[in-house]
Every structure is written in C-alpha cells, then in structure tokens.
Write a protein that binds this ligand. Structure first.
Ligand SMILES: Cc1cc2nc3c(=O)[nH]c(=O)nc-3n(C[C@H](O)[C@H](O)[C@H](O)COP(=O)(O)OP(=O)(O)OC[C@H]3O[C@@H](n4cnc5c(N)ncnc54)[C@H](O)[C@@H]3O)c2cc1C
Length: 129
C-alpha cells in the first residue's frame, strides 16, 4: 500500500501502527522509512507519514507497549500521533494475526467507525494467515 502512489496523493496523513510482540520483530522498520521517503518525494503535497512502533511483550524506548485495542480505547495511539479517528474521514486497514484484527475491529466499531462495504465505511481487514 505504501508503494501505491495514490495513497500519498489522496490522504493528508498516513499512520502506520506496526505492532509486534518483541523488539527483534520490528524487521521492516528501516525499509518502511525508505519507502516513505522515496514516495513522498514523488508527489506534490504528499501525505505526512508517521510510523508508530508497538511492542506488546517487552518495553522499548520510543515504542508504545500494549495491544492495539487498549491503545485505542485509552486514547494513547491518537495522543501519540496528534490525530483523532473520524468516521467522516478516517480509513483504517488492519492486517495481522486474526485475534488482533478481530479485537481491534470491534474496538474501532465501538468508537463509531464502520466496516467498509462497496466504498462506504472506514475499516478494511486482512488476516495475515
Ligand atoms: C508485517 C507484520 C507481520 C506479522 N506477521 C506475524 C506472523 O506471521 N505471526 C504472528 O503471530 N504475528 C505476526 N505479526 C504480529 C501480529 O500481527 C500482532 O500485531 C502481534 O503479534 C501482537 O499481537 P497482539 O496485539 O494480539 O499482542 P500479544 O503479544 O499476542 O498479546 C499481548 C498480551 O495481551 C494478552 N492477550 C492476547 N490476546 C488477548 C485478548 N484477546 N484479550 C486480552 N489479552 C490478550 C497476551 O496474553 C499478552 O500478554 C506481524 C506483524 C507485522 C507488522
């Protein structure tokens, strides 16, 4: 998705909340920053990109340290990026382990967001395996 030019043209902000269990699993962080730099140079007024590392089973400086549902419910993710999720303008793509995807989806629905159907709604999901 980050290597798709319209992503950079059609949004004001792109937030990548990248959740892993341990610090050693933050494998693609450098590559992601490279892609962000490269693609934001290709368009006028590119979306502002924010990478948020999340490590759930150990603490790490600079990373958030809880499961996504908790970070959303307690407002910690929104606080970190300085942006509120908005049913009128936010799009959320969830990808990862099925339980995390399911729990995060239900949390977002409780926050007023809806599943995307035929281009309407806020949430799209993909189970990673
Ligand atoms: C590019 C990418 C690829 C990935 N690939 C994989 C992969 O192949 N396999 C894989 O396993 N993960 C993968 N992940 C990570 C995965 O998607 C999760 O984000 C990560 O494992 C953290 O899961 P979690 O938030 O459920 O927290 P966990 O670390 O699973 O849980 C954190 C704590 O909460 C507890 N907990 C778990 N579930 C619940 C619940 N329902 N209610 C209350 N407490 C709970 C746990 O016991 C633990 O103490 C990938 C992530 C990325 C970014």
């Amino acid at each position: 998705m980050l290597q798709d030019l319209p992503t950079w043209q059609n949004y004001e902000r792109i937030i990548l909340a990248y959740s892993v269990r341990t610090q050693s699993e933050l494998a693609y962080a450098e590559r992601i920053e490279e892609i962000a730099e490269q693609f934001s140079e290709l368009v006028d007024n590119p979306a502002k990109f924010t990478f948020v590392p999340i490590v759930t089973r150990e603490s790490m400086d600079g990373a958030l340290n809880a499961r996504l549902p908790k970070l959303l419910t307690e407002g910690e993710l929104e606080k970190r990026v300085g942006l509120k999720l908005d049913p009128d303008s936010s799009h959320v793509m969830l990808c990862g382990n099925p339980q995390m995807v399911e729990d995060t989806k239900e949390t977002l629905k409780e926050m007023g967001l809806t599943m995307n159907r035929r281009g309407e709604g806020n949430i799209a999901v993909e189970n990673y395996w």
